[in-house]
Design a protein around this ligand. Structure first.
Ligand code: HEC
Ligand code: HEC
Length: 371
């Protein structure tokens, strides 16, 4: 009889046999593989052991550059760490299974590949109820996190990564969406790079590391019985789902920010003041002003369009994004700023700029915080 292949050899040699060396031989090899499978003690969910999130962050970044990009990068990072910690069955698992996920599915821009890859790793080691909870946290966290993280920016500058194609700090954005398209396009807009620039690829490499690291962090907490979800969905989604969710119309099954694509078709969302549609784009003076600790900014849109509202200090340093390229309806809108920066830290007394961008319009005004 021919030599039997173990699983790993079969995966490696499979293509050769499939190419039709011998149909009979192929049958024998498959039989051998089945026996080998029957011998293994592993059943799903596969074993897990706490991993070092920082080692995984570096692996995620470096795996991205291995040639198969984000989904592979995030998945491979976690599996590689499990290979090192546990060995089989992870040594037998071809992480190339995630290749398709790059660019949100071979460039279709649907779910972020890094989320896809890290979520696949979670599903491999958790039951369905646990997967649902952990992946929900991962996706929710992603929509509210600035990428690339300060840590991975710093790793790049310090050459902590083993692949150093670009070693400068990259601009950060929070996309409010798990979609590759939204995340990447908003970053390109914000950072002023093109999708095919090296800097954008490096941004996604760092993001793949960041997402894999967070997945491992929550897997570790879960393993240690210490996991508590931190993601709180924006109130605007609950507003829409109060009617469109299961308890009423039951015609929408989604947890994404509705307003980002739909605006507010019924003028229901918090902060909207139903009024006649204005003819021009206007940004009003904030009130109260001077203020402490919070103030309200009001603006009007002549038609529904994506809006960005950002706060800067007098040196032009970005303090916080209050509205991030969100589709808003025509009419009046108002939003509060609580005098805190994007890390939740109260900012000091002084003059601040707020800039509202809507389509090709933008307007900047100043305001005064007195503590
Ligand atoms: C008070 C209940 C209620 C709330 C809150 C609500 N909707 Fe609706 N929505 C409806 C009803 C009723 C319809 C019509 C349904 C139908 O025709 O089947 C509708 C229709 C829609 C439609 C279909 C197209 C259109 O423009 O009419 C969209 C899109 C929509 N809603 C999005 C949203 C979004 C986004 C939000 C949150 C900002 C939201 N809805 C909040 C009740 C609500
Ligand atoms: C990524 C963009 C996007 C997001 C986010 C999104 N939708 Fe949609 N939604 C669409 C598109 C595109 C359609 C199909 C549009 C059409 O048929 O006119 C649609 C269809 C709908 C419809 C049926 C429209 C109709 O004409 O009857 C409703 C209702 C709806 N969405 C509500 C919601 C709610 C509520 C949320 C938040 C939980 C949401 N959507 C999130 C893009 C989005």
């Amino acid at each position: 009889m021919e030599k039997k292949l173990n699983r790993k050899e079969f995966f490696k040699e499979g293509a050769k046999y499939a190419a039709g060396v011998s149909a009979g031989l192929m049958g024998i090899q498959l039989l051998g593989t089945k026996e080998a499978l029957a011998d293994t003690k592993y059943t799903w969910p596969l074993p897990y052991t706490p991993l070092d999130p920082e080692a995984v962050r570096i692996l995620g970044h470096d795996s991205f550059w291995g040639g198969y990009a984000c989904a592979y990068g995030a998945f491979n990072a976690i599996i590689e760490a499990l290979r090192n910690a546990i060995g089989a069955p992870y040594t037998e698992l071809p992480t190339e299974i995630m290749i398709y996920g790059h660019g949100g599915g071979v460039g279709w821009g649907t779910i972020c590949g890094a989320l896809n890859g890290a979520s696949a790793a979670i599903s491999l080691v958790c039951t369905k109820p646990d997967t649902d909870i952990l992946v929900n946290e991962l996706i929710g966290w992603y929509t509210q996190t600035l990428f690339p993280s300060d840590i991975s920016n710093q790793y790049a500058v310090n050459h902590t990564f083993t692949v150093n194609n670009y070693d400068q700090v990259l601009p950060q954005n929070e996309s409010g969406s798990p979609l590759c398209h939204v995340s990447v396009s908003e970053w390109c807009q914000h950072a002023n790079y093109k999708v095919h620039d090296l800097e954008r690829k490096e941004r996604c490499a760092r993001l793949a590391g960041d997402v894999a690291a967070y997945a491992v962090q929550i897997l570790n907490d879960h393993y240690n019985g210490q996991f508590t979800p931190t993601y709180v969905p924006p109130a605007s989604i609950a507003t829409c789902l109060a009617c469109h969710g299961q308890s009423m119309l039951d015609n929408v099954g989604a947890k994404m920010e509705c307003m980002q694509c739909h605006g507010d078709p019924h003028q229901t969302a918090i902060g909207d003041i139903p009024q006649p549609i204005p003819a021009h784009f206007t940004v009003k003076q904030n009130y109260p002003n001077p203020f402490n600790p919070s103030t309200t900014i009001e603006f009007t849109l002549p038609r529904s369009q994506p809006v960005t509202l950002e706060i800067y200090n007098l040196n032009g340093q970005h303090i916080k994004t209050l509205i991030n390229h969100k589709g808003l309806s025509a009419g009046n809108h108002r939003i509060q700023w609580d005098g805190k920066d994007r890390f939740g830290k109260p900012v000091s007394s002084g003059m601040y700029y707020y800039r509202v961008k809507a389509g090709k319009f933008n307007q900047t005004k100043t305001m005064m915080l007195v503590r």
